[in-house]
Design a protein around this ligand. Structure first.
Ligand SMILES: N=[N+]=NCCCCNC(=O)[C@@H]1[C@H]2[C@H](O)[C@@H](O)[C@H](O)[C@@H](CO)[C@@H]12
Length: 445
């Protein structure tokens, strides 16, 4: 196919600190809520923790060499807040910052653009004990952390993401309790979400003070399709669309929350002042899009507060996460962003799939289903590009098999298999495929 991807299109791969680094307390680092959550019995499958993960903390230069082999032009990673500020505020841990400076310098030496995420869910325990994202001071804590990191790295990091998936921080973290800190409460999520948006805005303001203009937020997006044409299912899909797709982006771009959220949360939804809403209006310089699948939705009065649930289609291909393989949804999502938010610059900051990969044979792991998934989704991105979407990059989730949160190491998204024993990296055929895609600037899909 004709390659619509421009020469300066960024081809990347993505990871996050807690999922790959290991050594969460090394060299003066302070524990995060994920260190505490993973060590709480029953929270993570197989009692897995991020204590070792991919041991990236000791193998970062080896991993940069793998990225160079792939021919990546960008690498998206996150910084562990607790490595930089062990107490979340105050004293800087220079050995923690040194790890990230070495990583960034190695990336630049290989011609790979660093894309740094400030927060990928691993809040320092010291701040959680002060209320965490529920504390109205949390935006200021985040801005202090952001400023510390900008001063150390902004001369070398061209692209910044403030928060990864504030919806996942808010809903699995504070509403259904699936992820750290594991709260189950109706009144906390709206306040946590508002503090996250204020935190994003304060970090952007700190960044602007440096005169820079390449910072954004990464959101998980999934088109919501009704399971049937019934009015109840249509209404349920609309509500879930507001809840998942529009909650943070409407706030960021328009400075207002979707009206459905007051219906969903009822008395738990606060009265946000005009002043507070004006503060969260902060679109940044691009939107990071994490796309995996769509939501097939039916009405579910038995499932408050949304009264809607995602159902797993019986006639579709599913990944190991039971997520439907639905590449059309990526095109739909990108076109929706173009039309709703006036064609903002976009990066696909995560796209990938977990499959039960076989053991390696002659040092290579055959993963044809992941190759097919990536091929289909890169094609879907190309279709959106051809329709005028301002798409500037694509990052595979993930470079390495890693700690998949509550699923532990049982779900593997990597282009490289990580041996559960000695953490040896072995390429999958999807890595070879992606290398060819990059070399051909997208023509090889
Ligand atoms: N149902 N369903 N469909 C899609 C659900 C999307 C919500 N989960 C994510 O986006 C997380 C994002 C996270 O950044 C990364 O740290 C995770 O490892 C990946 C893989 O799980 C994805």
């Amino acid at each position: 196919m004709a390659a619509p991807f421009p020469d300066d299109f960024l081809w990347g791969a993505a990871t996050s600190a807690y999922q790959i680094e290991g050594s969460p307390l090394a060299d003066g680092a302070g524990p995060s809520i994920w260190h505490r959550f993973a060590h709480t019995p029953g929270r993570v499958a197989g009692h897995d923790t991020g204590d070792l993960a991919c041991d990236h903390y000791h193998r970062s230069l080896e991993d940069v060499a793998l990225m160079a082999e792939l021919g990546l032009s960008a690498y998206r990673f996150s910084l562990a807040w607790g490595r930089v500020l062990p107490e979340g505020r105050g004293a800087v841990n220079s050995r923690g910052l040194d790890f990230y400076e070495r990583l960034v310098d190695a990336l630049l030496e290989h011609g790979i653009q660093p894309m740094a995420t400030l927060y990928h869910w691993d809040l320092p325990v010291a701040l959680h004990e002060r209320g965490g994202w529920l504390n109205p001071d949390s935006p200021h804590w985040f801005a202090e952390y952001a400023g510390t990191v900008f001063r150390a790295l902004d001369d070398r990091v061209p692209l910044w993401i403030t928060l990864n998936e504030p919806w996942v921080v808010t809903v699995p973290g504070y509403l259904d309790g699936q992820l750290a800190p594991g709260h189950r409460d109706l009144f906390e999520p709206p306040r946590v979400a508002n503090h996250l948006l204020l935190a994003h805005a304060e970090a952007v303001a700190a960044y602007r003070a440096l005169g820079r203009h390449r910072i954004g937020l990464a959101v998980n997006l999934e088109p919501q399709h009704p399971a049937s044409p019934s009015p109840a299912d249509l209404e349920a899909a609309r509500r879930r669309d507001a809840f998942i797709n529009r909650w943070f982006l409407d706030a960021l771009v328009f400075g207002r929350y979707p009206e459905e959220l007051a219906d969903i949360f009822g008395p738990a939804w606060p009265e946000f002042s005009a002043e507070s809403l004006a503060k969260i209006r902060c679109p940044g310089d691009f939107i990071g899009v994490n796309y995996y699948s769509r939501g097939l939705v039916r009405a579910a009065p038995e499932a408050p507060p949304l009264d809607a649930i995602r159902i797993t289609p019986t006639d579709a291909e599913l990944t190991a996460m039971d997520w439907e393989v639905y590449p059309e949804g990526l095109t739909e999502t990108l076109l929706w962003l173009r039309d709703r938010y006036a064609n903002p610059p976009l990066y696909i900051t995560e796209n990938g799939a977990a499959f039960d990969d076989p053991p390696p044979r002659d040092g290579l792991v055959e993963d044809p289903r992941r190759v097919a998934y990536l091929r289909a989704h890169i094609r879907a991105a190309a279709t959106a590009l051809e329709q005028g979407v301002d798409l500037r990059g694509y990052c595979v989730w993930s470079l390495l098999d890693n700690f998949e949160w509550a699923e532990g190491y049982s779900k593997r998204f990597g282009l490289y298999q990580v041996d559960p024993g000695d953490r040896t990296r072995r390429p999958k055929t999807s890595a070879c495929f992606y290398r060819e895609v990059i070399r051909s600037r997208g023509a090889a899909v």
